[in-house]
Unconditional design. Structure first.
Length: 242
């Protein structure tokens, strides 16, 4: 198996079908067969019909009872058969252009440990756009993957121990750093794909008042390590509001 596409999902019955449809379309556009690519959805203790929607969309479903994005990604990876892993979010849409580039790296056995992609967000208000632009600039310049699109060699994922269980947010930052270090020791680079942004939902910015985001950012600025390690401090991500 060349590539496993892993999708962590918590109460994503609304967005997951669209995500899986985009994956199927991208796989077909790249001419990939089931012997080359698999899709694994990790149901992260959902209370809705996420698992049912995943099976309807042709994915293999695994279950992770502890509601934490790192655990969900790691559970999906543990069940995967691919030599390379691609993690995307359940509220995102995979483009064939980005899948084609990841597959090319995997097939060529390019000297790459892993990477990410610049991102786009659907339907976000005007005041969030500078932040998105700033993130993409930072992601490319510092070689850091956004959590909605992270790919790597499965061997690298295993060697670094997967995503940190000590973090309930910003786990992709530490993961990127570990992948860069793993690759550097082996003469491999970490790359962020450009040209075709990976699109995710901007629903959090639409569903919640700006004051909630501001409060979270202030708390992170005052006590970053404490907040990202405290599930109860991160209801912005974990309260299941969809």
């Amino acid at each position: 198996m060349l590539l496993s596409i892993i999708i962590p999902a918590f109460n994503e019955e609304k967005e997951l079908p669209g995500c899986l449809a985009s994956v199927a379309a991208a796989v077909a556009a790249c001419g990939l067969g089931p012997e080359e690519v698999e899709v694994v959805v990790c149901d992260n203790n959902s209370t809705d019909r996420t698992a049912e929607r995943a099976r309807e969309g042709g994915a293999r479903v695994v279950f992770e009872p502890v509601n934490q994005i790192s655990r969900a990604r790691n559970a999906g990876a543990a069940a995967a058969h691919g030599r390379w892993l691609l993690f995307i979010d359940a509220d995102s849409r995979l483009e064939a252009a980005n899948l084609r580039r990841v597959v090319a790296l995997a097939r060529d056995d390019a000297p790459v440990a892993g990477g990410g992609c610049v991102i786009g967000l659907e339907g976000i208000p005007w005041w969030t756009r500078p932040g998105l632009w700033g993130w993409n600039l930072y992601s490319v310049g510092r070689r850091v993957a956004a959590g909605s699109f992270v790919f790597c060699r499965a061997a690298a994922h295993r060697d670094i121990g997967g995503f940190s269980l000590e973090r309930f947010a910003a786990e992709e930052l530490a993961y990127s750093q570990q992948l860069r270090r793993w690759g550097r020791l082996r003469g491999m680079r970490f790359t962020v794909l450009r040209g075709h942004p990976h699109t995710s939902s901007g629903r959090k910015f639409r569903q919640r008042p700006p004051s909630e985001l501001v409060r979270l950012l202030v708390r992170l600025a005052l006590s970053y390590r404490h907040v990202i390690g405290d599930r109860t401090a991160l209801d912005y991500f974990y309260d299941g509001r969809r």
